[in-house]
Design a protein around this ligand. Structure first.
Ligand code: SF4
Ligand code: SF4
Length: 474
């Protein structure tokens, strides 16, 4: 997240720290209360794109496929310049344990390798492919592109076969983490009894998950059943914030006749963080520095469930995703089915372009997204949204000194002391920052949201975390 954006867009919204625990409706059957301690209520601003049906964007003339779109080892190219490739053909792979395969999202011809920059500032090698011939998404509506109708019948599949299909399709967590899914769901040393499917989409503005839940709920349930089967879990629960009533209704209808349960959760940021989702739904606390598997849970996003259903049942690799292009700085906000490697410029142009008062473009939402200016960067697997803010949205308030109000502590969902971590980070006192558990910070931005002094808390924390990482690898 660009702290300038956070410190400007989000300040002045009369931030109200949330204290205590609220009881979500219809939550009797779950161990959790439907919410978690601390957190904030930023303005939702979903209205820009919430009612926009998913549209298929025309195939671009060229795609740029970064070799590193996931957590783990970057893929190695398996194709050479001038080579013809088909839609869905594997073009990158790595034998490392943690990595993910890459597939061509179009029919075309491979061009010279390139270096591209991602919105988080990383420079990565990329495979360029020039489109050629009739394309997969032409003359199809998005339902066919997403795999057509779904029967929710997963009988006859072998768990290993499901895990293998997920690996072969190059599926990673599409909620943003981009961790390879076949590793996450494969039964490991720690027994996992519950698959928690994340339909919270708590980041302001973004609506891609909401639209998928409304439009193809059967694909989500089918994917969840397959993933639960592969992970050998007893329970599958889909957690959705209560500010998505249409999605809740569609998902509740879709789970009828299955053992999948729906947990309606209190709307609060960052409810979509896996640790807070686990707390809200199951009343289990992931230890500091721990993983969901430490408390017997695997968490995965609704969009990832669609990708799993497509991969296992339709043999379709992960080549496209639904991305929400939204905000007051976009002429016509939309939810778009787009191929990986398409540029942000093409996505924005498909939405009628930028408005005259556009001021800041973010990959993701305003809380955790990255601000960038090069519109020719490619869309990658982990990006579910593009938010464009206007000058009105980001009126900057003056930065002053810390007034020791303690608001940042009141809202930090990780129970940290953000003011102290940020001071240590600003002075590059990495030992002190570690002492205050900087690594537990999930960079949610809640502290900066409420800080009346306009301090770049998350920006400082992020820089110090990068320095700590660099010091460990040197
Ligand atoms: S310190 Fe980190 S986890 Fe805590 S509120 Fe700030 S950004 Fe979020
Ligand atoms: S950093 Fe900001 S929110 Fe935290 S104590 Fe200081 S002034 Fe208050």
């Amino acid at each position: 997240m660009d702290n300038f954006v956070l410190a400007t867009f989000l300040q002045g919204h009369q931030a109200q720290p949330v204290k205590g625990v609220l009881l979500a409706k219809n939550f009797e059957q779950f161990a959790g209360s439907g919410t978690f301690h601390r957190g904030i209520h930023p303005p939702e601003r979903k209205h820009f794109s919430a009612d926009a049906p998913i549209e298929v964007i025309p195939t671009p003339k060229e795609v740029i496929i970064p070799l590193q779109q996931h957590i783990g080892a970057p893929s190695k190219p398996l194709v050479k310049p001038k080579q013809e490739v088909s839609y869905g053909e594997i073009i990158g792979d790595n034998a490392a344990f943690v990595s993910a395969k890459l597939h061509s999202p179009i029919f075309g011809v491979v061009q010279k390798m390139a270096v591209t920059t991602l919105p988080n500032g990383r420079h990565v090698q990329a495979i360029r492919i020039k489109a050629q011939g009739r394309q997969f998404t032409e003359e199809e509506n998005y339902r066919e592109c997403m795999g057509g109708r779904w029967s929710k019948n997963v009988i006859g599949y072998d768990p290993d076969e499901v895990t293998r299909a997920i690996n072969d399709a190059g599926i990673v967590g599409l909620g943003g983490a981009a961790f390879p899914t076949h590793i996450k769901i494969a039964p490991g040393k720690k027994p996992v009894g519950t698959l928690l499917v994340n339909g919270c989409e708590c980041e302001p503005y973004l609506t891609a998950d909401d639209r998928l839940m409304q439009d193809i709920p059967d694909a989500i349930i089918t994917g969840a059943m397959l993933a639960g089967f592969a992970a050998n879990v007893k329970d599958i629960i889909i957690g959705i914030e209560e500010n998505k009533p249409d999605a809740i209704e569609k998902i509740k209808n879709a789970v009828k006749g299955t053992e999948v349960k729906v947990a309606v959760l209190t709307t609060k940021y960052p409810q979509g963080s896996e640790k807070h989702l686990i707390k809200a739904a199951l009343n289990r606390t992931v230890p500091l520095g721990g993983l969901p598997s430490d408390v017997g849970v695997a968490v995965s996003n609704v969009t990832t469930m669609v990708a799993i259903a497509r991969a296992v049942i339709r043999k379709m690799p992960l080549t496209h995703r639904v991305v929400c292009v939204t905000g007051a700085g976009i002429v016509q906000p939309k939810n778009i089915l787009a191929p990986f490697g398409i540029t942000y410029r093409e996505l924005i142009n498909f939405c009628g372009g930028l408005t005259k008062d556009e001021a800041r473009i973010l990959s993701g939402g305003p809380m955790m997204g990255f601000s960038f200016s090069d519109l020719d960067m490619p869309l990658t697997k982990g990006t579910g949204g593009v938010t464009v803010l206007t000058h009105d949205d980001i009126k900057k308030e003056k930065e002053t000194t810390c007034v020791r109000c303690g608001r940042c502590v009141d809202v930090c969902p990780m129970n940290l002391v953000p003011a102290r971590i940020a001071v240590a980070a600003r002075h590059r006192d990495l030992n002190m920052a570690e002492k205050y558990k900087i690594r537990a910070c999930m960079e949610c931005g809640s502290c900066a949201y409420v800080c009346p002094a306009g301090l770049p808390l998350v920006q400082n924390i992020r820089v110090a975390k990068a320095l700590i990482m660099a010091s460990k690898t040197n």
